[in-house]
Design a protein around this ligand. Structure first.
Ligand code: M6R
Length: 616
């Protein structure tokens, strides 16, 4: 939550404001309550900040207009935690003298006591934020005679909580200090020309493909085109490995699409094909660990949690052991007394930075003999540091706040592990396993065909559902994951109220809401639950429900009972119901996308959300 960006360069004739503005705009998915930029020139800091979304702010105060000749800038986009989303609470925050500026992502837990201490010393605070104590602490240490670096270290040692921060000083035109504890921070290097810092790689991807990933308790001194790293605890130098980013530059751009969400839905076939190529050894490691585990838990949040519901279903089929799916925020509460030696915990997280998922696995790792296997989309993310084995999905950067292509690649990864287990256990014939692989390999082309031929059927449904505010998404078996995930998309992007539920269980309460015309979306692949689902469709139809169903091309029975259908391509023997969570979901993602548009909502910036949830 919150995005920070910084740049320091030795290039002449550049607009530092423009670089900072574009950098922070690429991080807007992390929060869009307010935004601000600070630059340094002639021993003075220049600050512009305002509440609202970046484009609106830009029209109001021109965030790119700063004194010519400035060579460094820090920028921030905020998801408000401490203090309302006002101009005063926007970052950057400054000390009393206005010479030290900082941008921050995270929460300083002990800010109340520090603020009191500093106020008693005469410091004047202008915001309600936790962040503002940091420049004042640094100011105090500089007054005591410390240099900037030592003052920053001393200030950070007084802070409890999480931070990724970047600091600049009016009297130091040639450097930026950054530090990390618990919140993500990456450094981009354009050798001998410019250095960048950011909460996430896409912020500087069009500027450089080389980066360092910072770890907790590290401080870095950024100069134009170079960087040095230090351990905050003992001030020793750290050598870090320079990494080359494999993503293509256009991953961080909309590339002709109106929104990132739409672009990322259309990227699903490519993301799946790339993920199919995950190194075999990594899949085998996961399969072996699951096979030898005594208990298996899978934990995640939001969309990743729904991917885990689909994945556990597929794995269980071949593993023959039950996998408990536990929401990461409740993991510790639910398992306090039962996590045993030889338990395996699978953590799923697109960003690898979701704080509750990280907390769950950190806690699990404390138990002797527990193994953590994680699946993430971000190389070097925090989750990977607490894991015994890691698989990185190959979806490429996902900028839209709504998770789309990463959901498909997470389910695919879990399905690949499941098939490896099937081979290990020799419970299926070679021919059978080959068929499963063929079906899995066909998921990208099924989605491609859907996107080429069926989008109009989704748009037609939007017109019929335009006035509706409440929806049920119902299914049985593995498709309950699809119902919940499809429903979550409509909820977060289009602001509709939805209940994603088991179709069978809905009789035990939710059905009482159904009136004439109440929209119910049934997810109905022709699997072993299909006949029973027909019964559920009839129950809802009999009470006046408007039945919208997702079925395969050849479907007849549920089609006949439905008011409207969306048909998923089913190419001969290359379609398999077991992988329907992958092939059915794009239809529901598009349903949410076009519903949002029809209500004038921005699908890339849903209300109150941030792409990465780094606070509890
Ligand atoms: O990065 P993660 O996969 O750990 O994120 C988990 C959730 O915060 C995320 O899936 C969230 O639910 C998205 N808004 C879903 O679209």
């Amino acid at each position: 939550m919150c995005g920070i960006f910084g740049v320091i360069t030795n290039q002449k004739d550049i607009s530092i404001g423009k670089i900072a503005f574009e950098g922070i705009k690429r991080l807007e998915y992390r929060g869009y309550d307010s935004c601000g930029i600070v630059t340094q020139f002639n021993s003075k800091l220049y600050v512009k900040k305002e509440s609202g979304r970046i484009d609106e702010i830009q029209k109001k105060i021109n965030l790119t207009d700063f004194p010519n000749g400035s060579k460094l800038a820090l920028a921030h986009t905020r998801w408000a935690t401490h203090g309302a989303p006002t101009k005063n609470n926007s970052h950057p925050h400054l000390d009393c003298s206005g010479e030290i500026a900082i941008v921050h992502n995270g929460i300083i837990d002990n800010f109340i006591e520090l603020r009191k201490e500093l106020t008693d010393k005469g410091h004047i605070f202008k915001s309600d934020t936790d962040t503002e104590i940091i420049p004042h602490l640094i100011e105090d240490f500089i007054k005591d005679g410390l240099n900037l670096k030592d003052a920053v270290i001393r200030a950070l040692k007084r802070c409890r909580g999480a931070y990724a921060i970047a600091i600049c000083y009016a009297k130091s035109p040639d450097l930026i200090f950054v530090a990390r504890k618990g919140s993500p921070l990456v450094i981009g290097i354009d050798q001998d020309r410019a250095t960048y810092c950011a909460s996430d790689i896409p912020a500087f991807l069009p500027l450089t493909r080389y980066c360092y990933i910072m770890d907790d308790d590290e401080l870095a001194k950024l100069e134009a085109g170079k960087v040095s790293f230090f351990n905050i605890n003992d001030d020793t130098r750290i050598e870090k490995e320079l990494q080359e980013i494999e993503w293509s530059i256009d991953a961080a751009e909309k590339g002709g699409y109106e929104h990132f969400m739409l672009k990322e839905i259309y990227e699903e076939p490519m993301a799946l094909r790339r993920t199919m190529k995950i190194h075999k050894d990594q899949i085998i490691n996961f399969a072996n660990e699951l096979w030898s585990a005594s208990n298996i838990y899978i934990t995640a949040a939001g969309t990743s949690f729904y991917a885990s519901l689909a994945g556990k279903y597929i794995i269980t089929k071949f593993l023959g052991k039950y996998i408990h799916a536990v929401e990461c925020s409740e993991f510790k509460n639910e398992l306090a007394e039962c996590l045993r030696e030889n338990s395996v915990v699978i953590a799923l997280s697109q960003s690898g930075e979701t704080i509750d998922t990280i907390d769950a696995i950190r806690w699990a790792k404390r138990k002797k003999g527990v193994k953590v296997l994680s699946i993430t989309n971000v190389v070097g993310s925090t989750i990977t540091r607490y894991s015994d084995h890691v698989i990185v999905t190959r979806a490429g950067p996902e900028i839209g706040v709504a998770a789309t292509k990463t959901y498909c690649t997470q389910v695919l990864t879990l399905a690949l592990i499941a098939l490896e287990i099937a081979k290990l256990r020799k419970i299926e014939s070679f021919e059978e396993i080959k068929k499963y692989y063929e079906a899995l390999n066909s998921t990208p082309s099924i989605i491609e065909e859907f996107l080429e031929t069926k989008v109009d059927s989704v748009k037609k449904i939007i017109r019929c559902l335009d006035k509706e505010h409440n929806f049920f998404f119902l299914a049985r078996g593995i498709s309950i994951a699809t119902a919940k995930e499809g429903g979550l998309k409509l909820k977060e992007i289009a602001c509709r109220f939805i209940e994603g539920y088991s179709a069978a269980h809905a009789k035990h309460g939710p059905i009482s809401l159904v009136r004439d015309g109440f929209p119910i979306i049934f997810i109905a692949p022709p699997d072993e639950t299909y006949e029973r689902l027909i019964g559920n469709v009839m129950e809802f139809k009999a009470r006046g429900g408007k039945i919208i169903s997702l079925v395969v091309e050849s479907d007849e029975k549920i089609t006949e009972l439905s008011d409207i259908t969306i048909r998923i391509p089913q190419p001969g023997d290359r379609y398999h119901n077991l992988f329907s969570p992958i092939t059915f979901i794009p239809a529901l993602q598009l349903l949410a996308y076009y519903t949002a548009l029809s209500h004038g909502l921005d699908p890339d910036k849903p209300l109150n959300l941030s792409k990465t949830v780094t606070v509890h």
